[in-house]
Design a protein around this ligand. Structure first.
Ligand SMILES: C[S@@+](CC[C@H](N)C(=O)[O-])C[C@H]1O[C@@H](n2cnc3c(N)ncnc32)[C@H](O)[C@@H]1O
Length: 265
C-alpha cells in the first residue's frame, strides 16, 4: 500500500467540517460571536477561505445585512456540499468553489476588510509547504491595507491536533510586510508536527484506498458521507455507524505504521 493518494494532491482529499460560529469566533480571538459581528466595519467585504460547512459566514451575514461575505472552498464544486452549505443562507453571502492557491484569479478585483480561515492551512502543508505558502500569499494579496487576517489553528501542539484545537494566527496587513514574509510566518504557525503529518498522510491514503475520499465529517467526528470511486456513488449518510468506518481506517493506518515505521520513530 502506498502513501500516495491516487495521484491527487493530499489536500484534495481534506475532509469538510462544520464548526459552529460561536466556537470559530473565539478561535479567531473574539470574546464572542457578537463581538466579531460588532467589529466588522460598515459594508465590510469578508472572505472565509476553506469555510466548508461551518456556519460562521451565514450567521454573521444574517446579523449584518450591510456586510458582503464570501465563503470560499473547493468542496463547493460538489453539489451535495454546496447545497448543505447554503441551506437557509441570507442573500449577502455567496459560496465560491475554488482553490485557495488561486484566490485572486477566481475572484478578480476583489479586496477584503477581513479574511478568516480555520483548519484549512494544516491540510495544505501535509505533503509539501508550497500549497500553504501560495495560499497565504494569495490571502495577503486580496486583503486591504490594515485588514484583519486570522488563520488557524496554530499547531504548536504535540498531541494529535483534534484533541487540542488552538486559536488562530492573527495579524493585520501592514504596508511594510512583504507577502513572502507573511506566508513564511503563516506556514510556520499552522504546520503540523512531523509525526502528525505522517499519520494524516497515512490516514488520508488508507481512507482513499479503502472507501474513496471522505467528503464530510459532522460533529463528533462521524463520517457523514464518503465517495466510492468503484461505483462512482456516495455511500451514506452515516451517523453513528460512521464511527465504525473511522475506526477501521484508524486500525488499518496503525497497522501500516507498524509495518512501515517512519525514519524518526
Ligand atoms: C477541516 S475543513 C474546515 C472547514 C471549516 N473552516 C471549519 O472549521 O469547520 C477544511 C476545508 O478546507 C477546504 N480546502 C482544503 N484545501 C483547499 C484548497 N486548496 N482550496 C480551497 N479549499 C480547500 C476543504 O474542502 C475543507 O472544506
Amino acid at each position: 500500500m502506498s502513501c500516495e493518494s491516487d495521484g491527487k494532491t493530499i489536500y484534495e482529499s481534506a475532509p469538510t467540517t462544520d464548526r459552529n460560529a460561536e466556537l470559530l469566533a473565539k478561535r479567531h480571538h473574539f470574546d464572542s460571536l457578537d463581538s466579531l459581528i460588532d467589529y466588522l466595519p460598515r459594508h465590510a467585504n469578508v472572505l472565509d477561505v476553506g469555510a466548508g460547512l461551518s456556519n460562521l459566514g451565514t450567521t454573521v451575514a444574517g446579523a449584518r445585512p450591510d456586510v458582503r461575505w464570501i465563503n470560499f472552498d473547493f468542496g463547493y464544486s460538489d453539489p451535495f456540499i454546496l447545497d448543505r452549505a447554503r441551506a437557509d443562507a441570507p442573500g449577502n453571502i455567496s459560496f465560491v468553489a475554488g482553490d485557495a492557491t488561486r484566490i485572486s484569479q477566481t475572484l478578480p478585483g476583489e479586496e477584503f476588510d477581513a479574511v478568516f480561515s480555520y483548519w484549512m492551512f494544516p491540510h495544505l502543508s501535509i505533503d509539501s509547504e508550497l500549497p500553504a505558502e501560495n495560499a497565504a500569499r494569495q490571502i495577503y494579496r486580496v486583503a486591504k491595507q490594515d485588514a484583519l487576517i486570522s488563520i488557524g489553528p496554530k499547531t504548536d501542539m504535540r498531541l494529535f491536533p483534534l484533541l487540542h484545537e488552538k486559536e488562530s494566527f492573527l495579524t493585520y496587513k501592514e504596508s511594510t510586510l512583504h507577502e513572502d514574509e507573511f506566508s513564511k510566518e503563516v506556514v510556520l504557525a499552522t504546520k503540523l508536527g512531523p509525526l502528525v503529518r505522517y499519520i494524516s498522510r497515512i490516514n488520508n491514503s488508507v481512507a482513499a484506498q479503502a472507501i474513496g475520499t471522505t467528503v464530510g465529517i459532522q460533529r463528533d467526528g462521524f463520517v457523514l458521507r464518503v465517495y466510492d470511486r468503484q461505483t462512482n456513488t456516495y455511500v451514506g449518510p452515516f451517523t453513528h455507524s460512521g464511527s465504525r468506518i473511522i475506526g477501521s481506517i484508524a486500525t488499518a493506518a496503525c497497522r501500516y505504521v507498524v509495518r512501515n515505521p517512519p525514519h524518526f520513530l
